[in-house]
Design a protein around this ligand. Structure first.
Ligand code: ATP
Ligand code: MG
Length: 320
């Protein structure tokens, strides 16, 4: 069995806002293996970006461990983190966040190497820009002289300059139209094969997740409520929240019947920490015991779910 590249163990991130505490991430654990793409989905505000920022130590964690190739990043001093950054990179939702408006594309691509004392030749920069289907002539441009899709691709090119092991992509295609989106997905797949990259892919776009990701994790109110192979989770969702999330998208195959599952009310804020299942007040199938802490159930082949209704599932086993 190969060792995981990344192990996130019981991650918590709380923000203080005046006298209240915002529980943005609330006990998240998962592994990412070399060369695999893992999707992270869930509605706005559930803690996806915060999870990503904690993994990269752009944010200090409140509790938990982040093991990257066996080293606990949360225990490393800042100076040592900088040296490790070469191995993990992020592509931000807003390309403007990773591109300095005053830097040419050339300088933007050179910078991550320079930070690690590495030199980049002109040939290397040409290769980097061609890799993301742009032309060497784009190297001289400033961000405002590029389209949204071009900026996004420069962001991807920048992220892989240091040949990282892990790239976290936060909604990298949300500002793109459908054809460009497909373009970026094809590009990411190719780069993944070429460099044996691992991805954590954060998106609201479930069809992209389905195309790109080997596994998917579904997050709700700071917790992962279901995870497994993408096909297993999408074709046979067990958590009521996953069912609701998936039933909100149209099914291209009319022979597949999927009943629409609606949740009651609004998502509560991350300010109240709930005992038991965080979906209890919105779930139409709620049981008395859902007010108690929910164990995680194992449905086999890495398909895990934190929902008592999973007991109805044929693959059900109590997790060890
Ligand atoms: N710096 C901060 N200070 C206080 N609260 C924060 C901070 N950053 C995030 N939050 C809160 O933490 C929660 C999770 O936010 P996060 O950005 O991780 O959500 P998300 O899942 O990425 O959402 P989206 O899909 O909209 O990008 C939200 O309630 C948010 O308001
Ligand atoms: Mg976000």
């Amino acid at each position: 069995m190969t060792e995981p590249l990344l192990q996130v163990q019981d991650l918590h991130k709380h923000y203080r806002e005046g006298r209240t505490t915002i529980h943005a991430v609330n006990g998240v654990s998962f592994d990412v293996y070399p060369g695999e793409a893992v999707g992270l989905v869930g509605e706005s505000g559930c803690g996806k970006t915060t999870t990503a920022r904690c993994i990269l130590r752009l944010e200090e964690v409140t509790r938990g461990r982040i093991l990257f190739q066996g080293t606990d990043l949360t225990a490393l001093p800042r100076s040592r983190i900088r040296a490790r950054r070469k191995d993990f990179q992020m592509v931000f939702q807003d390309p403007n966040e990773s591109l300095n408006p005053r830097f040419s594309v050339r300088r933007t691509l050179r910078e991550p190497l320079q930070l690690h004392g590495l030199y980049s030749s002109d040939a290397q920069l040409d290769e980097a820009i061609l890799r993301v289907n742009l032309e060497p002539e784009h190297l001289g441009r400033l961000p405002h002289q590029l389209s949204g899709g071009q900026k996004q691709r420069v962001g991807v090119a920048r992220a892989i300059m240091t040949t990282p092991r892990l790239v976290i992509l936060d909604e990298p295609t949300s500002s793109l139209d459908m054809s460009l989106r497909i373009h970026v997905i094809v590009l990411l797949k190719r780069l993944q094969r070429e460099f044996n990259l691992s991805y954590i892919y954060i998106s609201h776009d479930l069809s992209t997740i389905r195309h790109l990701c080997d596994r998917v994790m579904v997050m709700y109110l700071g917790r992962i409520v279901e995870e497994g192979r993408t096909a297993a989770v999408f074709d046979d969702p067990t958590h009521v929240y996953t069912k609701a999330l998936l039933s909100a998208i149209p099914i291209p195959d009319p022979t597949l019947k999927r009943s629409r599952i609606l949740l009651k009310g609004e998502t509560p804020t991350a300010r109240v920490l709930m005992a038991g299942c965080s979906l209890q007040d919105r779930c139409g199938f709620v049981l008395d015991e859902c007010r108690q802490p929910v164990p995680e159930y194992d449905l086999g082949d890495g398909h895990r779910v934190a929902c008592r209704l999973a007991r109805e599932h044929p693959g059900f086993q109590t997790a060890a």
